[in-house]
Design a protein around this ligand. Sequence first.
Ligand code: HEM
Length: 75
Amino acid sequence: MAVGFAADIRPLFRDTPDVDSMKEYGLDLSSYEEVKARAAEIYARLEDRSMPCDESWPEERLALFKRWMEEGLAP
Ligand code: HEM
């Protein structure tokens, strides 16, 4: 099954602190449209471990996000 934002990607972001904090910096991680529009930039921050700032994602999560991009950023 194709990776989708609502089913697979949105649950990777914690309401607190990920969504809450990043809203203050102008990025709503709960919004499909925003995450889709800035997916490459978001992936770069996840991959270089600069975000989230308290703990970095394990490889399997990074791989899932990457697959979502490669498969066309489905809702
Ligand atoms: C376009 C990608 C992103 C940019 C440019 C970005 C930028 C920032 C900036 C400038 C801050 C505040 C300063 C700092 O702590 O470095 C911040 C904080 C934070 N971001 Fe991001 N971020 C991005 C993506 C993400 C993602 C994908 C997550 C979660 C998966 C995330 C989670 C957080 C958290 C938890 C904080 C901590 C806020 C606090 O401790 O008050 N960010 N981000």
